[in-house]
Each structure stands twice: as structure tokens, then as C-alpha cells.
Ligand binder design. Structure first.
Ligand SMILES: *Cc1c(COP(=O)(O)O)cnc(C)c1O
Length: 371
């Protein structure tokens, strides 16, 4: 059951005052044929990778009487190798999803009396994790000069200088708008503060259009810069819960102070290690998903809607008179997408060609019904 802040049970508890009005994160998990609402990979693991994971996990099971390697050494080394750009194992941190990586960052660099700044609309979990970690949140904004949802270097740097936050959250490619940031924005934001930890959430980096550089290239000489990644999207491993980051080794030392002991289970480490070793196979669907993403952009434009060009595995589109109604009617057609609360807009994940067709067909029918 989904608890609500106003439920009588909660009211009777000595809950923190700042949590009282909150509702839990709750992207609907509905059992419908076409699920395109949380940007997962629609393709199951390739069979050889699945078997390799099973064998590795099986080897570890009898040793579960012991705690896991607290330093997840083998996994850190493998992730560093995957990232490239000269990243070393001592610069890599991992946790149960990049959401937990972000929580560690907020616990170490945010907290009571401190603030984080993000550029809205962006990933809803950034302000959410700020709130649960007691960190103040400043809603910066995008869109001013460069066009709707765009963020340019000058504007971003001005907002950072004005608010002087302890943490800055950037998201590139940005969820829910889909577009990547230029590295000039990351550089300008970093230089606009001499103390803020600057986090670039690159959950969708593998889907970016060719020529889109990663903020990993900016790490040398920037000890307050952090780049987070996840295996939940392009790696098709959302269920395994593995996120990670690259930063100066001192950042990882800071996170050791806040993580719970043995936070990454032996089974998670084993599964994730095999996944990184099979990165090329797991990432084999990225090209197909990019193709469906670009197909969604062009077909939605042809329907007279207003899709935002995307570097991710999803598309935000506007031009809807009644997004909530459209969302509901799509659900009745068996297609679940996401209402991210932006006026006139909805967001859809690129799926298999068949799922994408099902979405486009249902949307076309929905728009005809309502006109
Ligand atoms: C999906 C997503 C994540 C991934 O979270 P995990 O905890 O790794 O599953 C992180 N950041 C953004 C912007 C996302 O959209």
C-alpha cells in the first residue's frame, strides 16, 4: 500500500516535520503490455550474458556467510576500465543505483544548513534526495536566452554565483528534456564557485548523439567535479541496482565516511562485474534504441506535436492540450508513458520497434478521439 502523508497512521507518529507534507517517489508500476515510463531498456539481457551472471552469482552463494568486499575492488577496477579517459579505480565509487550514489554525495557535502542548486526541469530525484538528506534546495531555471529547456554557460554561472550553493546538480543528457549540456556549461558552473561540489548526472550518456563529449574529460585538475553514471539504462540492468561515479580520489574518501558498511552486496558486485565485462554485448541495443528515439521525434513532429530533440533514450514532447487526459487514454490502449508535470508535455521512453509503433498508433488514435 502506498502511504500518504495525511494518513492517520503517519499523523500519529513523531515523523520529522519536514517530511510531513511529502509523498513517496511513485512512478506508477502498472502491468500493461507497453511500459515506456521509466526509461528502462526494453530488451532483456542477451542469453550469454544472463548465463554468465547466473554462474558468477552461483559461485558466490556459498560464501554469503561472510560480508562482501567493502571496497568492491574488482568492480571499481572494471568500471574504471569501462569509463576510460584515464580514470583510475581510486576515482570510482559505486552504490545501489546512482540514486544511492547521489544520496552519499548529499550526505557528505550537503545536509543541515547547506544548499544544493539544480536547473529545473531536471531529474526529480535531485530535489527529493536534497530534502530527505536535510539539504536546502534552490530551484534554478533553464530556458532564459537559449530557448525552452536550454541552459547556457553564462546564465548557469550567474545563477551559481548568485546562490553560492554547496552542491550544484547538472544533468546531461537532461531528464526529462533529453538534451545534453555543452562542456562550456560545466566549466562555467565549476568556475562560478570556488567551493561547490559540481555533480554531472550522466545516466543517459551512452545514448548521446555522436560528438557529445562526456564531463569525464574535465575531471583532471577539477577536484570538486563529480560525474555519475548508472547501469540502469543503457546497460539494461535497472533491476540489479548499480550506479557509480568518477571523481577525485578524495571525493571517494569523503563518501566512505557516510556509506553504510558493506553497502554493496556480494551478489550485486558479482552481477555488476560480469555486466561490465560484457559491456559491449549489453550496450548492443543502444543503436536500435537511438533509432527509435529519432523515429519518435520525427513522427511526433509529423503529428503536429512539439518533440524536444533528444540525446537520451526518451523524448519529451509538447503541444498537448490535455496531457493528463492523453496519458490516461494511452494507458487504456495498454501504453504507459510518463506525465512529468510540465505544462502541455508528456515523456515517452524509446522501446523496441514494436513498442514504439504501439505508442505512436495509440497516440494517433487518442489525438483523433479528442479532436
Ligand atoms: C534513471 C536515472 C538515474 C538512475 O537511477 P538508478 O538509481 O541508477 O537506477 C539517475 N539519474 C537520472 C537523471 C535518471 O533519469
Amino acid at each position: 500500500m502506498r502511504p500518504t502523508a495525511t494518513g492517520s497512521g503517519l499523523d500519529a507518529l513523531p515523523l520529522r516535520a519536514d517530511l510531513r507534507a511529502r509523498v513517496p517517489y511513485g512512478a506508477p508500476q502498472v502491468d500493461v503490455p507497453v511500459r515506456l515510463n521509466t526509461n528502462e531498456c526494453s530488451y532483456p539481457l542477451p542469453e550469454p550474458v544472463a548465463m554468465a551472471v547466473v554462474e558468477s552469482v552461483a559461485r558466490e552463494v556459498r560464501g554469503l556467510n561472510r560480508y562482501p568486499d567493502r571496497e568492491f575492488t574488482a568492480l571499481r577496477e572494471a568500471l574504471a576500465g569501462y569509463l576510460g579517459h584515464g580514470v583510475e579505480a581510486a576515482q570510482v565509487w559505486a552504490a545501489n543505483g546512482s540514486n544511492e550514489v547521489l544520496l552519499h554525495l548529499f550526505q557528505a557535502f550537503g545536509g543541515a544548513g547547506r544548499t544544493a542548486l539544480g536547473f529545473t526541469p531536471a531529474y526529480s530525484m535531485h530535489p527529493n534526495i536534497a530534502a530527505t538528506s536535510g539539504t536546502g534546495w534552490v530551484d534554478g531555471h533553464r530556458g532564459a536566452a537559449a530557448g525552452p529547456f536550454e541552459l547556457d554557460a553564462k546564465d548557469a554561472a550567474e545563477q551559481v554565483a548568485r546562490h553560492d550553493p554547496d552542491l550544484v546538480m547538472l544533468c546531461s543528457p537532461n531528464n526529462p528534456t533529453g538534451t545534453a549540456l555543452g562542456l562550456d556549461v560545466v566549466r562555467a558552473v565549476y568556475e562560478a564557485s570556488d567551493r561547490a561540489v559540481v555533480v554531472v548526472d550522466e545516466a543517459y550518456e551512452e545514448f548521446a548523439r555522436p560528438g557529445t563529449p562526456s564531463a569525464l574529460t574535465l575531471l583532471p585538475g577539477r577536484p570538486r567535479l563529480v560525474v555519475t553514471r548508472t547501469m540502469s539504462k543503457a546497460f539494461a540492468l535497472a533491476g540489479a541496482r548499480l550506479g557509480y561515479l568518477a571523481a577525485d580520489p578524495a571525493v571517494c574518501d569523503a563518501l566512505r565516511l557516510v556509506r553504510l558498511p558493506y553497502h554493496l552486496s556480494t551478489l550485486t558486485q558479482a552481477a555488476a562485474l560480469v555486466a561490465v565485462q560484457h559491456a559491449a554485448d549489453l550496450l548492443g541495443t543502444v543503436a536500435a534504441l537511438r533509432e527509435q528515439r529519432d523515429r519518435i521525434v520525427s513522427e511526433l513532429a509529423a503529428l503536429g506535436l512539439d518533440p524536444v530533440p533528444s540525446d537520451a533514450n526518451f523524448v519529451l514532447f509538447g503541444g498537448l492540450r490535455d496531457p493528463a487526459g492523453t496519458w490516461q487514454r494511452l494507458l487504456e490502449h495498454g501504453v504507459l508513458i510518463r506525465d512529468v508535470g510540465i505544462e502541455g508535455h508528456l515523456r515517452v521512453t524509446a522501446g523496441t520497434p514494436a513498442e514504439t509503433t504501439a505508442f505512436l498508433t495509440a497516440l494517433t488514435a487518442t489525438l483523433q478521439e479528442s479532436s
